[in-house]
Design a binder for this molecule. Structure first.
Ligand SMILES: Cc1cc2nc3c(=O)[nH]c(=O)nc-3n(C[C@H](O)[C@H](O)[C@H](O)COP(=O)(O)O)c2cc1C
Ligand code: SF4
Length: 440
């Protein structure tokens, strides 16, 4: 299977090796095309964003105004702070020049002369690796003013790395822009959208690291080629980061639509100790979890996951075996979102606190069945009532975990029942629970 984003080429992170393997030829080609042509090709390729929402990349680029007296900007989102997501750092480490080349082509297509790569604050090692690749590209004339001569074009683009300071919320696109501006990482109310009013009030496009790294291959090999890989409605390969109770955790680049069970059992080596699976979160901790008996036939792409009431998110697959304490897991997830809430809107600021408090009560053996209903009510009151999608990120795991594992949680709140019995009760009864619908 051909890999697009993380090819199996030794030392491809080194500029000379990247050049020997056709590096920067896509940019050379792109600069001979019109910007409309590039946007059209990316639209037709079917590429959808890999940062969580799976939005059409070409369509997003087309929202940028053609004529404006303001500068335009590109922000590349490498904040990657969602628990269970650890794929963009592989690109920083193993294929940084393809990301840089993708940035040059994207910047050209949208008319940006400045691009920022926003990297998660804790990624010290990856900031250094990415900076080294960028310095080498500058020194060789592939980035900055020197690229005019190198590529024989009027276009040039400067790229800067901006390090975050450890806040998950700064991965949200408008908080990310505030952070780059030196302000507190507060998400902005939308509209206006970034293409109209983004960085410093100027037209801005924000894309994920993996999304942008696909661009050189689309320009080199054509949109038809890309659109035929994997599932037609969400084509290409996806970096799946598998963690939890598997024998071989790691990042696997596979065609979209690969079976979830194939990823877990064949690529990630199956479940440790051959245990059964209790629960899988398919796209990072904010996505609706799936029950162990729901996994058969589930394909990993945006449309297929919607059909089973979940979402592709960032492709971070978290596998939990039959002995997992789901109350502990959910309490930990709720703690994370409570801690990371920026506090601007009341439903999220207060609601995430209540979710954590109630779950702690259940963890401490002081919960009741009413608490389960209360959790679902609080989660439902956060959803759709906040400035940014951190509200949904906090609410979904709670609402769907409680709904889909109701028998498990009921067993845990009835005082006499311990963890083993709760897991057993669940495995006897879980086929009876109806699936809930996901609002996307
Ligand atoms: C709370 C929150 C955190 C986010 N964190 C990230 C992140 O770390 N990386 C990312 O690419 N997108 C993240 N997003 C999504 C971005 O807002 C944005 O949709 C994305 O960067 C767009 O890129 P794409 O179209 O290429 O997917 C986050 C969204 C929210 C609500
Ligand atoms: S939803 Fe939460 S994180 Fe987002 S703006 Fe409101 S308080 Fe901040």
């Amino acid at each position: 299977m051909e890999k697009i984003v993380l090819p199996d080429i030794k030392d491809i992170h080194i500029l000379d090796i990247y050049l020997q393997n056709g590096g920067y030829k896509a940019a050379q080609k792109a600069f001979t095309l019109s910007t409309d042509d590039i946007i059209d090709q990316v639209k037709k390729s079917g590429l959808r964003g890999r940062g969580g929402a799976a939005f059409s990349t070409g369509l997003k680029w087309s929202f940028m105004p053609k004529t404006t007296d303001k500068p335009k900007y590109l922000c590349v989102n490498g904040d990657e702070s969602e628990p269970g997501s650890f794929k963009d750092r592989q690109i920083f480490e193993y294929n940084p020049h393809q990301l840089i080349e993708g940035i040059l082509i994207t910047a050209y297509a949208i008319g940006a002369k400045i691009a920022y790569i926003y990297i998660r604050g804790e990624y010290h090692k990856w900031v250094k690796l990415m900076q080294k690749a960028l310095d080498d590209a500058y020194a060789a004339g592939y980035v900055g003013e020197a690229m005019k001569e190198k590529f024989g074009t009027d276009f040039f683009c400067n790229i800067y790395i901006h390090k975050g300071a450890g806040a998950y919320i700064c991965g949200e696109e408008s908080a990310l822009m505030n952070s780059i501006e030196g302000k507190r990482g507060y998400p902005r109310v939308k509209p206006p959208f970034p293409a109209q009013n983004g960085l410093w009030g100027c037209p801005t496009t924000i894309n994920n690291v993996e999304t942008i790294t696909n661009i050189p291959a689309i320009i080199n090999k054509g949109w038809e080629w890309f659109s035929k890989i994997g599932e037609p409605k969400h084509p290409g390969t996806i970096l799946f980061g598998v963690s939890g109770h598997v024998n071989k955790p790691g990042v696997y680049e596979l065609p979209s639509g690969t079976l979830l069970t194939d990823i877990i059992y064949n690529y990630a080596g199956g479940v440790i100790g051959n245990k059964k699976i209790l629960c899988v979160i398919p796209g990072g901790s904010s996505m609706p979890p799936l029950r162990g008996d729901q996994l058969e036939g589930v394909k990993m792409d945006a449309e297929s996951l919607k059909l089973v009431g979940s979402s592709i998110g960032t492709g971070g697959i978290i596998v939990m075996d039959e002995d997992t304490d789901l109350v502990k897991v959910l309490t930990r997830i709720a703690h994370f979102y409570h801690h990371e809430s920026c506090g601007q809107c009341t439903p999220c600021r207060e609601g995430t606190g209540w979710l954590e408090k109630i779950l702690k009560r259940i963890s401490d053996g002081k919960g009741s069945v009413n608490d389960l209903d209360l959790l679902v009510t609080v989660a439902s009151q956060i959803e759709g009532n906040t400035i940014c999608a951190l509200g949904e990120a906090a609410a979904w795991p709670v609402r769907f975990m409680i709904t889909r594992f109701r028998d498990y949680f009921e067993a845990r709140v009835s005082k006499e029942v311990d963890l083993q019995v709760a897991n057993k009760v669940h495995s006897m009864r879980h086929t009876e629970i109806p699936l809930a619908e996901v609002k996307n």
